[in-house]
Structure formats: C-alpha cells, structure tokens
Ligand binder design. Structure first.
Ligand SMILES: C[S@@+](CC[C@H](N)C(=O)[O-])C[C@H]1O[C@@H](n2cnc3c(N)ncnc32)[C@H](O)[C@@H]1O
Length: 593
C-alpha cells in the first residue's frame, strides 16, 4: 500500500503492507516504505493530492449520489428482466466497473444486489489508485458492509486486458471516465472495446452513464484568454486548438463563471444543444451534426451594446449533461453556475474565423459538431452566414494563403535537411503503469497519457509495430529531458540522429535500397540498423524531427513518444520510419534483428 484517503478525505501515506512488523523489517533503509522514505512518500502523496482533482471528485456528493441511484435502478431493472426469464434457477448479475479508482462504484453495485448473486469485475490501471481501491474493498468485505451474495474481483490493468468476462455475459457496465471535455479520459475507447469483444448481453444490458447531450455557447473572449488559457494550454498538451479543417477542438477547461465575472469572456448566445450521444449504441458515434440558429436578436439588450463596442464572436464554450441510466431521472451536467467543481469545468476554444456582430438584427449561425477523430474530444465549427462575416472569412483566407506562400518561399530558400532524432527507451512507468510511483510521476495526468499511448494500433500482426505516436512533453514531465547523460541511460537505451529527407546523397542511397528490395517509390522511408552494444529491453520509441543534428536538440524539442505493442529484448534492431505524415497508418516500426 502506498497511500490512501483517511476518513476526513485527506491523503495519508501508509505502509507497503498491513503488517506493521513487516514495515519495521524494512528498517531505516529497507524498501521503498522504510522509515527513511516516509517523508518522501508523504511528499509524493501531497503533491498528487494537490495537483490532481481526485479529492474534489470523491467529495462531489451529488455525483456520488447520482451514480449510486442510477446503478441501483439499472440493476433493479435488469434483475427483474432476468428473474422473469429465469426458468427456476437463481439469477446471477455480471457487472463490469471500468476505472474503479477507490472502488466506489463497485461497492454501490455490490450493495445494490436484491436477492440475486452479483459478480463484479472491477479494473483500475493506475497502481496507487488500484491499491487504495483494493484496501477499501477489503475493509468493506471484512466489516460485512456488502452482502455475501456479492463478490468483487479486482484487476490492476486496463479494461482491454480484462479477459475474465465471457462473451455476452455482461449485464451492467458502470464507469465514470468523464472529464470536463466529456470524452478526454477515453470513455468511447472503452466502449468500443467492450462492443467489439461483444461482452454485453445480447438482449438486455445497461450502461451507466447511458447517454450525453452537448451544448455550446458563443462568446466574445479577450485575446489573452484565448492565447494564454486556451491556445497555450492546449499546445502544451496536444497541438493546435483548431484542426486543419477549421473545427475548434474543445478540450481546454476553464471556469466560465470566474472568467465571465472578471469580464474576460462575454456570452453572446444562449446555450445551443448541438449533439446527443447514445453510449449504448456503438453505431451512434461517428456523425457530424449541423445546427442552424440565429444569434443576438434585438431583444437582447446586451447584444446591442456589444455591437456598439465592436465585439465579435471569437470563441465557443462547451457544456455537457449525462443521463446516467436512460430514464432522465439521474442527470449531471457541467453548466456554469452549478456548484463549484474543480474536477468538471467548462471547456472553451477559439474560432478559426471570428464572426463580427453585424448591425442587422440577427446573425444566422451554423454550428457543425462532431466527435474528434481520436475520440478524445469534441470538435465544433461555427460559421456565420452574414455578408460581413463572409467578407471577413474571405479576408482571412487570403491572409492565410499569403502567409503560406511566404512560408513556402522561405522553406525553399532554407537548406532542406531534416534530421530524425530517435531513441529506443525503456519507460517502465507507462508500461501499463505497473511500476511503483516515483518522484517523477507527481503531477502527471497518467489517465490521459495512458489512453493516448494506446490510442491507435497499426493494422498489422508483425511484431514490433508501434502505436501511433503522440506529441507531448511527457519526458519533460517525467523529468528525463533535462537529465544528465548518465540518468538518461535509464530511459534512453539507444539514441541517434539520422538524416531523414532531402539530401542528395540520402536520396541516392534510398533509391539504391529501393531497387535492391523492389519497393514502390516512397521518399519518406528510412531504415536504421541499431546495434545497442548490449542486450536491452525496449518498450517505447521516442523521436522528433529537426533541421539540426545536434545532440542538444533533445533538450529543447517536444518529443513524440510511442509505445510498442510488445517489449523487444535484444541488442540488434532495425527501425523503419516511413509515411510520418499519414494520419493513420504506419509511423515507426521496430524489429528485432
Ligand atoms: C475519474 S476516475 C473514477 C474513479 C471511480 N470510478 C469513481 O467514480 O470514483 C477514472 C479512473 O479510471 C482509470 N482508468 C481510465 N481508463 C481506464 C481503463 N481503460 N482501464 C482501467 N482503468 C482506467 C483512471 O486511472 C482513473 O483512476
């Protein structure tokens, strides 16, 4: 055990085992939890408590009560169906709690058993939380706080790796994998996996939460809000706030109320419902909804003052509401002016083309809404249909074209050597989060990191393929990017810098290779033969591109981290890097030679 929540909701560091003697055996220097490390562990616990929203979430009594009642209702409904259909034998209910954390939802399910046997499978991938959950469940069993007819089987793993559930066995799926952006913790990915493995019962099943509605509100935001809070906040995590096809990506959280009170944002429209997602139907997720409405009618007194101030619609906020068990009776939402919550806030994004508030009475607006490609966020594209807005759009398009032209010209003048900086690494913390917590993990949102690390697998059975990479300052957060060479060796097992494109010699070499291997023309392809010099275990590839080849570049560039689908052990490897611009598809492949 590392640390847990005490009865006042405080994080406290506890021993590695329940047996006090064993801890003593650890002695001054023994083990991670020996006395010497107590302060260290407390520091980690405190940092984690300060820098995450766990406590806020666990103390959200409205959330907890709604989930409890929704779980009870769902289980009651399924129980009555099963009882009706059962010939004469006893009824057994199978429940899957994904991301069980402290075990709260599993305990709700265990207690909801009414005259039936309930088997709960509960999984949590984040080790400290898994340990806390294990202890909570154990204590509840010992104190006889759950009926003897209920059992909870706990797995320290990702939901995709739980194989104890048989096909079509699952009656109830429960989970609270929702963040401010609704989908950022990977709820849709979990659902996709559950549906693709056909774990849910064919006839009757229940999913808590069962559906969600999404609203947007159009805003005028101060440039500094968009730049500092949104663009920089987002860029630090994933990249652009606006996708290449003009959709605003809604995943940066803010406190709407507080920004509004300080006059940093102004609501221009009412709440506009743009999307509804049915989590119980996996065919329901891949669409784009178009909603048309009118903004700023003359009845809105504030809108006329906005016009006189020359404001424009330049941002959009998103709120969601979930229906927990399908009846509409148990709902939770992220509307502003609800009770103050840190774990669920509002999200905000800039618009690609701001819409001026015209002198006419009403501005026709079109909102296109869709779930983002990676299923981890929600995208909207807001466009006005008025003349002024069209003019502004044209102006912006021309400006962009001009900028692109200048950039292209500059590009052609520059020397076109691109270097691929690449390393094979052993990053145990992300290898299913199984490693114990160290100083490095404090403050890092492992939930999101892990979801992203496993986001897309490349369609191939060949061993050694990597998952699609993602851009993140992960290594920086882990504390390795600025580490000394000696320390780096614990993470980077092999590191190199290779010329990737557009050098005459390189092209010649590639062509010769292609001829040798009878390959199709693909100028962005590179093979690197690696001799690590000793046997290494590599489970990640870390890389970035740069027009410089210096070793220092590792310290200044954001890197891409890609988790391999299996650990490779050996001393000689071949790395094939190709089609790195492709959205899907192969990125980097590592093979053992
Ligand atoms: C928001 S917390 C909810 C915890 C708990 N269910 C509750 O409601 O109090 C989500 C938890 O799910 C875990 N998690 C996220 N995706 C997961 C997955 N695919 N498999 C297992 N655990 C996951 C995270 O590590 C995190 O601890």
């Amino acid at each position: 055990m590392q640390f847990c929540l005490d009865k006042h909701g405080e994080w406290v560091a506890v021993s590695a085992s329940d047996d006090e003697n064993k801890e003593e055996e650890g002695g001054e220097n023994g083990g991670f939890f020996g006395r010497k490390n107590e302060q260290h562990v407390k520091k980690i616990a405190k940092t984690l408590a300060d820098s995450t929203t766990w406590l806020d979430m666990l103390n959200d009594t409205k959330r907890n009560a709604m989930f409890q009642r929704a779980i009870e209702n769902s289980m009651e409904k399924i129980t009555s169906v099963k009882k009706r259909n059962a010939a004469n034998g006893g009824v057994v209910l199978h429940v899957f709690d994904v991301g069980s954390g402290t075990g709260l939802l599993s305990l709700f399910a265990a207690r909801a058993a009414t005259g039936v046997t309930v088997r709960i499978y509960s999984c949590e991938m984040f080790l400290p939380m898994f340990l806390v959950g294990e202890r909570v469940v154990r204590d509840n069993v010992r104190e006889k706080k759950i009926p003897e007819t209920s059992s909870i089987q706990m797995f320290h793993t990702r939901s995709e790796d739980v194989d104890a559930i048989a096909k079509h066995e699952l009656d109830v799926l429960i989970s609270e994998l929702l963040d401010s952006a609704l989908l950022g913790e990977g709820w849709l990915m979990v659902l996709k996996d559950v549906f693709s493995r056909e774990l849910l019962r064919r006839d009757h099943f229940s999913i808590v939460p069962s559906s969600a509605k999404i609203w947007v509100q159009l805003l005028h935001a101060e440039e500094s809000v968009l730049d500092v809070d949104v663009k920089k906040g987002r860029a630090a995590l994933f990249g652009e706030a606006i996708t290449s096809d003009g959709f605003s990506r809604l995943d940066v959280q803010c406190h709407f109320d507080s920004l509004e009170k300080r006059g940093r944002i102004r609501a221009i429209s009412k709440h506009i419902q743009v999307f509804e997602i049915d989590f119980t139907n996996d065919k329901d997720w891949g669409r784009t909804e178009v909603v048309r409405c009118c903004c700023c009618s003359s009845s809105s007194s504030s809108s006329s003052s906005f016009r006189s101030l020359g404001l424009e619609i330049n941002a959009v906020a998103m709120f969601w509401e979930i229906d927990l068990e399908g009846s509409g009776a148990f709902r939770l939402n992220t509307f502003p002016a609800q009770s103050y919550r840190r774990h669920w806030r509002q999200v905000i994004a800039p618009l690609e083309c701001p819409i001026p508030l015209s002198a006419s009475e009403e501005i026709p607006i079109q909102v296109e809404a869709r779930i983002a490609d990676d299923c981890l966020a929600f995208d909207v594209k807001v466009s006005g249909c008025g003349d002024k807005e069209k003019e502004k759009k044209k102006e912006m398009t021309m400006k962009k074209q001009k900028e692109t032209l200048i950039e292209t010209k500059q590009e052609t003048c520059r020397e076109k050597k691109i270097w691929l900086h690449i390393a094979l690494a052993n990053i145990s913390e992300f290898w299913s989060s199984r490693a114990p917590l160290g100083d490095n993990v404090c403050g890092l949102n492992l939930t999101k990191a892990n979801v992203l690390l496993c986001a897309k697998s490349v369609e191939s059975n060949s061993p050694g393929y990597c998952y699609q990479s993602f851009k993140c300052d992960l290594l920086d957060e882990l504390g390795h990017r600025y580490s000394t060479i000696e320390e780096e060796q614990t993470i980077f097992l092999w590191k190199s810098c290779e010329l990737f494109v557009d050098d005459a010699d390189e092209k010649k070499r590639e062509e010769e290779e292609k001829e040798e291997e009878g390959e199709e023309d693909n100028k962005k392809k590179l093979r690197i033969d690696v001799d690590a010099g000793l046997e290494i275990t590599a489970n990640h590839v870390v890389f970035f591109f740069s027009d410089k080849s210096h070793a220092d570049e590792w310290k200044t560039q954001p890197v891409q981290v890609a988790r391999m689908d299996q650990e490779l052990i050996g001393n000689k490897f071949r790395i094939i890097a190709s089609n790195l611009d492709a959205d899907e598809g192969e990125c980097i492949r590592v093979l053992r030679k």
